[in-house]
Design a binder for this molecule. Structure first.
Ligand code: RRO
Length: 300
């Protein structure tokens, strides 16, 4: 997919256990076909004060605030992960300008990243993330600059918090994106009735988990109708049936995040075995055969 070989179509979504080579190894042992790190930028960031995460009845809301050690420290983890993991290693990158995205990307690739996922969709950090990914012109500049700086596949992770995700997807592809990840979290909040206060210190955060699955599925479906590059579905995938729905909508692979926190690392094995059993039961020979298969009209 987009120049990478995956043993199965499941990947670890960025932001979940992706801080170190050691935790990434646990995920690969759990059956992931590829892993994506937590987003890393040029300089270290502490992130927001606690509380940074809250569980709701239908998923998690987080406002971590991009905590990360900075790329110069993180290259040590990339090098170690590259030495120990036998699946593609994708580094998630953010920046406050096109130049910063490109600089961090070059350092990540020099340290061994097999591909880059541009985070242009964090829903709650100012001057990066979705402030870039919601504007097709700014987004195109970032993607062009990054593509010109390295010779590895570049994925672009899109925000659902836009009027037309398909238009944004098209801008990313025209600028050179090799694949698109859809979606990042949905802007949301939780309020504590006893304290009469928002729960998160940042007030607003990003919702993930089962509540966002139908939104993510719709986004993948719309993007598939607009562009030709591979799509990686992400949002509330908890079991094999969710994953198959994303493949049918047009995704070539899926990312799993919140379900890892809830069910543990073996969720990858369970999902890829379930996909295999579905393909066999329906007499399909490969995952490719069902990618986008739901784009059909009802018989008249
Ligand atoms: O770190 C975060 O708060 C965060 C990021 Br970078 C992101 O892309 N999506 C999200 O829900 N949280």
């Amino acid at each position: 997919m987009a120049g990478l070989r995956l043993a199965n179509p499941t990947m670890l979504a960025s932001g979940i256990l992706g801080y170190s080579a050691e935790t990434l190894e646990t995920i690969v042992d759990g059956g992931a076909g590829a892993v994506i790190t937590k987003s890393v930028g040029l300089k270290p960031r502490n992130g927001y004060a606690n509380p940074t995460i809250v569980q709701t009845s239908c998923g998690l809301i987080n406002a971590m605030g991009l905590p990360n050690p900075g790329i110069d420290e993180f290259v040590k983890e990339i090098r170690e992960a590259k030495n120990t993991l036998d699946v593609p290693l994708i580094v998630s990158v953010y920046g406050f300008s096109a130049e910063e995205y490109a600089t961090v990307t070059k350092k990540a690739v020099n340290a061994g990243a097999d591909a880059i996922e541009l985070n242009v969709s964090c829903p709650h950090v100012k001057e990066t993330g979705s402030e870039i990914g919601q504007n097709p012109k700014i987004l195109a500049k970032v993607v062009e600059k990054v593509k010109a700086s390295v010779d590895k596949p570049v994925f672009v992770k899109l925000s659902p918090n836009v009027t037309s995700i398909a238009e944004i997807a098209e801008a990313a592809v025209k600028a050179g994106a090799d694949a698109l990840t859809a979606i990042n979290t949905v802007r949301a909040m939780a309020i504590d009735a006893e304290a009469a206060m928002p729960v998160l210190s940042n007030k607003v955060g990003g919702l993930s988990g089962p509540a966002v699955k139908p939104i993510a599925l719709r986004c993948v479906y719309e993007i598939y109708e607009k562009v030709k590059v591979p799509i990686i579905g992400c949002g509330g995938i908890t079991n094999w049936r969710d994953a198959v729905e994303f493949l049918l909508a047009g995704a070539s692979a899926v990312q799993i995040g919140t379900a890892v926190a809830v069910k543990g690392a073996n969720v990858f094995k369970a999902i890829s075995r379930g996909i295999d059993a579905y393909l066999e039961k329906k007499a399909f020979k490969s995952v490719e055969e069902i990618v986008g298969l739901s784009h059909r009209s009802y018989p008249a």
